[in-house]
Design a binder for this molecule. Sequence first.
Ligand code: AMP
Length: 246
Amino acid sequence: MSTEALEQTLVLIKPDALKLSLTGYLLSQLSEFHTGLRLAALKIVQVSEMLASAHYAEHRGKFFYPPLIDYIRGKLHYPNEPGRRRVVAIVYSGPDAVKVIRRIAGPTSPHVARDAAPGTVRALGTVVPVKEASGAVLGERMDNLIHASATLEEAEREIKLWFEPRDIMPYMRAYETATCEEHYYYKDGALLLEHTPGSIGLLAPGVKAWASDLAALRALTRGEPASTPLDSIAAKYLINREPEPA
Ligand code: AMP
């Protein structure tokens, strides 16, 4: 099986797009007909705090980080309806996938997109003031409908964060996989090798995992530093397991 030069990118259809019922429009903007890219994987995700904070780790500490986390988790668009808080996570595959999708998405800010790139998806977004408790405006939140990986390196990190290998058909997997030989469980931020009450199973012998995740889990087990934080490995295995608290 050849996965040579299979360029991939992650797209998230965000909760504002779902609320505006733009999913069909976005999927057709991103369709093979427009992009020449192939749909490699797709799932509807209830976004946990763990997944959101791993996805946006580079923005931690910025003024827009707390509303950004609430936004991607759907809490801002569905404050009273946890069951409607969804993101559609998609992997597209093909030549120049990152660039092609970024071009259709447009600039991060919907205001800039409307001025500089009309016709792009984000030109349909909105910008909302972010205020502190006193009411003073700290800056803007950008409800820009769609996420698109910025670089090939980011795409790999993000696809491995949101998808397990088995979410992607074998011919469409762009990154090395390996077969797990251990049992891994997760509880309260800790990695366990045996089940204890309240722990959640991540991986079992015989299951295919991203090779980089397995290397990181084995390093953590030996007490060595790992290239991927535990929460970034665990988050994908916890997707859609339990209802998120309201
Ligand atoms: P990025 O990691 O650059 O894709 O940004 C992630 C998300 O953070 C964007 O889609 C915006 O919703 C938000 N964001 C990025 N930069 C800013 C900013 N300067 N002000 C407000 N929100 C931002």
